[in-house]
Write a protein that binds this ligand. Sequence first.
Ligand code: R5P
Length: 418
Amino acid sequence: MTYSEPTDLAIVACPGGEKFADETIKHLNHIYSRRFRQKSDVLAKRYEVDRVNLVKDVNFYNDLQTSDICIRGDITKYRAPDFKVKTRFTWFMNGEVKTEILDCVRGKDVFIFQDVENHQTLELNEGKNPISLSVNDHIMSLLVTIDAVRHAGARKISLVLPVYPYSRQHKKKGREGLTASLLGHLYESLGVEQIITLDIHSREIENAFMKARIENLHASYQIIRELAKIVDLASEKDDFVVVSPDTGAIDRNKFYATGLQRPLAMLYKERDYSVITQDAKTTNISSVKLLGDVKGKVAFLADDMLGTGGTLLKAMEFLKEQGATKVIAAISLPFFTGNAIELFDEAYRKGNFYRIIGTNAVYHEELLTKEWYIKTNVSGLFAQVISRVHHDQSLSDLLDNRNIIEKLVKQDKSAEIE
Ligand code: R5P
């Protein structure tokens, strides 16, 4: 393995995960070219050699390592590795799916990307069959792809699943299945060694695994980075309160309140469990109560995921009624299921909220056109994690981002990361 040209790091994108994989690859290229530049600068100085000759030597060393006879690229420059593995996905008319791995992945460290909440129209079968896939279709295509990669001789298989599917079925009440754990067992039985995910709904899911590891990344730094552009976080005067949208989100919001050094309030919702939530308007929330004070303040709420939008819409409307000057919400996994975007448009027109900050971990073209929506990019974070995992380096400072958030809030420029 060479540090500058990691030729055994391979990325396979399932149809739903293609956009996120491409974004992450852009960052990987950036990371490796920056490292190459920094390292060659340091080495050129240290060994008192000419930088151009040093780059040539490094390329020579890399070329010696590869078994390829024809070697591409200019030997006087940094040569970006080709991370993406060519694949062919066939969608059959009865709904079955086939994955073919078109490049060699034998002996490689393969990262398989899937975005199970990507419900955009995908151009399958070379554009002949445009289709929107369900969560279950995406899971099946993921399983088929893992199996294809395994049969193709990969050395190690990791999954990059920003959305861990069925994460809300992590504990059982009565005669239910443990679907989050069931999926974990399926991945493990297919030889998956590691899963990289974002703000997983429940840490209990980690207990489902015997061998595989879960790296649960947090979008908080990337969210606060965007928040800092619309709220003066360094100012003492700005009246700002963090509000947990429900009891389940209290830890997440306590984290933000601590990081931002602001008070924490909480909404308590009574639910009528005889009603099944259909959409944001027909929810089982029967009444809402506020613990804390939002009058005359900017209220900030954070949630892990947004489905129908019912939880958040109700919370934001209530906070405005209680006298909040502005309501801003942050969502790590913005699904915006069904007619959710329409309902947010309506709530925005009524002045019930100011902005929604969401990550690009779920692909959603329409959201990006909305004045009220701010995208924050977490693919740089995923790229850093993939590169560090590949080179067996520590992830601690990326998993625990409290220091970097503190610097960001104080407007310390050294806090800037990918
Ligand atoms: C609930 O436990 C989750 O953290 C989210 O608050 C919930 O899943 C959001 O769903 P919806 O947008 O459909 O209310």
